[in-house]
Design a protein around this ligand. Structure first.
Ligand SMILES: [Zn+2]
Length: 86
């Protein structure tokens, strides 16, 4: 269990005592959002690694055209060309 989880489950549950301050609840929500963002990025990177392994990396999954290098440089996990991603 992380220190943040312990603090969240512990004696600091009543975190509304300072109405001017940032509450533990809001910090927890922000951290949960960051964690989910990081997990989603990891899934995209792992999917890109799988496409590298099976030879489909850099090919649009929708139209089959090569994805321009500039688009891959901007987002290496890109699965579709910009036109198809719209
Ligand atoms: Zn496409």
């Amino acid at each position: 269990m992380s220190a943040v989880t312990q603090a969240r489950r512990g004696e600091f549950d009543d975190d509304e005592h300072d109405p001017e301050g940032v509450t533990l609840s809001s910090q927890w929500s922000m951290l949960a959002g960051l964690l989910e963002t990081a997990r989603a990025e990891r899934r995209r990177v792992e999917a890109a690694q799988a496409r590298l392994a099976d030879g489909t990396f850099g090919t649009c999954a929708t139209c089959g055209a090569p994805i321009p290098l500039a688009q891959l440089e901007a987002r290496p996990w890109r699965e579709r060309c910009v036109a198809c991603a719209r």
